[in-house]
Design a protein around this ligand. Structure first.
Ligand code: AP5
Length: 225
């Protein structure tokens, strides 16, 4: 049975931070559409160039582009037994297209990281990303031991272009209009678990980890797709 975990939440809610830890814990591959776009961007592909204009304005990349890229990624052999999605789906049409691709009986669980807008703005303002290994740190909440240097690999830390305050405001408004309705979509399917994302990263992780464990022990509700 394929096991799919989706992490929902506003930009900066902590999806990337938690997805990486959950992926390590569960051995599921971490599939982040934002990371896939950023990798395309740094490789200078056509896909990356197209995505760049949307990302830097805080807008969503059009559904057909996202869906093509995502379906290619999850068709790779490492995803055959399952995967952990971070940043996808982000619109109702994406969720519906994804639902229709899932095999009947897929074990699906959706964690919604609930975080206030005020916290989001603070987290984005201080986010630091490693250019070499993608490690996520924060100037205030997980400060690097040495200024500008990644704690994990010694690479260079930088700020994402879309973390400028005016872009974060736009991303938040797009989130409320397009992505927040997915909470109800997955609630109606009986697969949504809400997680308080305001707490410290370790506490959020412990909660996610035990809810995932609980879900696995119960066999998990089958996705009604
Ligand atoms: P993407 O990269 O997916 O960005 P996002 O969803 O906006 O989410 P973020 O990566 O900003 O935040 P996060 O929730 O992962 O938080 P993080 O763990 O980094 O997408 C970027 C763009 O690509 C989109 O705007 C769009 O244009 C495009 N795109 C991607 N997917 C798409 C799709 N499906 N459809 C259309 N377009 C798409 O944490 C943030 C900061 O807070 C970090 O510094 C971290 O250290 C800190 N932090 C995390 N947790 C805590 C905590 N509990 N306490 C204190 N600090 C914390």
């Amino acid at each position: 049975m394929v096991f799919v975990v989706i992490l929902l939440g506003a930009p900066g809610a902590g999806k990337g931070t938690q997805a990486e830890r959950l992926a390590q814990r569960s051995s599921l591959p971490h599939v982040s559409t934002g990371d896939l776009f950023r990798a395309n961007l740094s490789e200078g592909t056509e896909l990356g160039k197209t995505a760049k204009t949307y990302m830097e304005a805080g807008n969503l990349v059009p559904d057909e582009i996202v869906l093509g890229m995502l379906f290619d990624r999850v068709a790779q052999p490492d995803c055959h037994e399952g995967y952990l999605l971070d940043g996808f789906p982000r619109t109702l049409p994406q969720a519906e297209a994804f639902d229709s691709k899932l095999d009947a009986g897929t074990n699906l669980v959706v964690f919604n990281l609930a975080v206030s807008d005020a916290t989001i703005v603070k987290r984005a303002a201080g986010r630091l990303l490693c250019k070499a290994c993608g490690n996520i740190q924060h100037a205030e909440f997980s400060p690097p031991k040495k200024d500008g240097v990644c704690d994990r690999c010694g690479g260079e830390l930088h700020q994402r272009a879309d973390d400028r305050p005016e872009v974060v405001r736009e991303r938040l408004s797009v989130y409320h209009a397009e992505t927040a309705p997915l909470v109800r979509h997955y609630e109606n399917k009986g697969v949504l678990v809400s997680i308080d994302g305001e707490r410290a990263p370790d506490e959020v992780f412990q909660d996610l980890d035990s809810r995932l464990e609980e879900h696995c022990q119960e066999g998990g509700p089958e996705a009604r797709v």
